[in-house]
Write a protein that binds this ligand. Sequence first.
Ligand SMILES: Cc1cc2nc3c(=O)[nH]c(=O)nc-3n(C[C@H](O)[C@H](O)[C@H](O)COP(=O)(O)OP(=O)(O)OC[C@H]3O[C@@H](n4cnc5c(N)ncnc54)[C@H](O)[C@@H]3O)c2cc1C
Length: 368
Amino acid sequence: MENISHSKTDKFSFLADSLKWDKEKVIPPEVFSKLMEIGTLRRCVSAASERENVWDELSYDLSCIGKESASLLSLIIVNLMASTVISKYVQPSDNMPLLQGIESGENLVAIGFSEEGAGSDLGAIETSLSKGTRKGEFLLNGGKKWISGAMYADHFLVYARHESEVGFVLLKKDSPGMTVEPCANLSAFKAAGLGNLSFEDCRVSEEQMLGFTDKMLSAASSLALQLGRFAVAWGSVGMQSKCCELAFQRSLHRKVFGSSLHKKDLNRRKLALMRTNYALSLAISQKMTNAWIESDMNKHNLTLIAKYSCARHVKETSDLLAQIYGALSFQDNNQVNQIVRDAPVFSTIEGTAEVVELVIGTPYGALT
Ligand SMILES: Cc1cc2nc3c(=O)[nH]c(=O)nc-3n(C[C@H](O)[C@H](O)[C@H](O)COP(=O)(O)OP(=O)(O)OC[C@H]3O[C@@H](n4cnc5c(N)ncnc54)[C@H](O)[C@@H]3O)c2cc1C
């Protein structure tokens, strides 16, 4: 059977409490320490800098995390994306203590692109830098919305405008002029620590400004987005493997109209669709990973298509799971309900499904 052999290892057994984190809306610090210990966070940084060939192991880790917690996966995604940009502009030789903290996984970095009026259309961002009164000083004003991991982050990478240029501003948590507020009343990704950022004359030095004069900035942002999509694809694979497990369990144990659910044709059809979706997601994600291992020229296109396809599959698979579980899937705080709430979000983050369609369907061109 198609499989990513999650059961062969208990390397990720510490993720078993993810339902509790959802309820308490917080991921315990031990989880981050454990991810550091088993090397997942280091692999993210290595992948981000493309210094090492860690794609196989990283793919496996992402699918295991996606299987247990979409909230935790989202933190890994943003850390991976932020590390991509930072490793492009801050070199190990710069001896920046911040870089060491990120490489070891001790420091989490959140990345802020989205704003109230700028989600898919990042050209519309209004967060901007203006010259301060002192030499080499700039003032950041504006705000960012829906920032994963904002409530856990030690650092923030903020996409901003300065005159006609765009780039990233690297800020420490608790910087004067920056406020971080939790996003209230979320129905999904409950433990992801989503927050909104606001900046009011937040002082920034030139060293904190990354990529503003670099013509290749869009390449760095695009690589970050691609790695975000890589992680969404593998996370969706993991989540679908969980959906299949839960669906088969329920089908074997639930009796309806005098016999076991798994004996009913309607149920078999659902299981067949779920298993097929999972197998297709697994196959395209493996192809994507191979493309990164081989530095295939087509790896970026393949990643976009894998993200699009896996996000669609996980949504359909979770809908089928909800059908199989009936009323139980609407009861708060069980694994099925957690999946049913979280799965559709994969079609929104790192490019909404429709906007990704516009890009995939555009021959050779960029989106206009
Ligand atoms: C759980 C979660 C975590 C997130 N984490 C982060 C994070 O860490 N950092 C961050 O910066 N952001 C984050 N976001 C925000 C996310 O990146 C945005 O939601 C996403 O980019 C889409 O933007 P939007 O929600 O403003 O939707 P919009 O851009 O308004 O798009 C909504 C819909 O409008 C339509 N549309 C948009 N553009 C076009 C077009 N050109 N042509 C036709 N139709 C179009 C499509 O139907 C699209 O699906 C997160 C969001 C969620 C839900």
